[in-house]
Ligand binder design. Structure first.
Ligand SMILES: [Zn+2]
Length: 67
């Protein structure tokens, strides 16, 4: 598996906050920004960019680990 970008952290989906109103998962970056992950995103990529800095997290589900 090649990583073309720097993954700052790995976060289990369970630790992300589900925003009922907006219908996405949300996780606070250490810069104060937010990682936003929709259910559609979950189908494609589990790498999420912070909305206010260049950090990236990798989200995984405990029931289905990434390969
Ligand atoms: Zn950030």
């Amino acid at each position: 598996m090649t990583r073309s970008c720097h993954v700052d952290n790995q976060v289990p989906l369970e630790e992300m906050e589900w925003e009922d109103d907006m219908e996405f998962y949300c996780y606070t970056c250490r810069c104060g920004g937010k990682y936003i992950l929709t259910e559609d995103d979950l189908e494609q990529s589990l790498l999420v960019n912070c909305d206010s800095c260049s950090l990236i997290i990798e989200v995984y589900r405990n029931s289905r680990h990434l390969q």
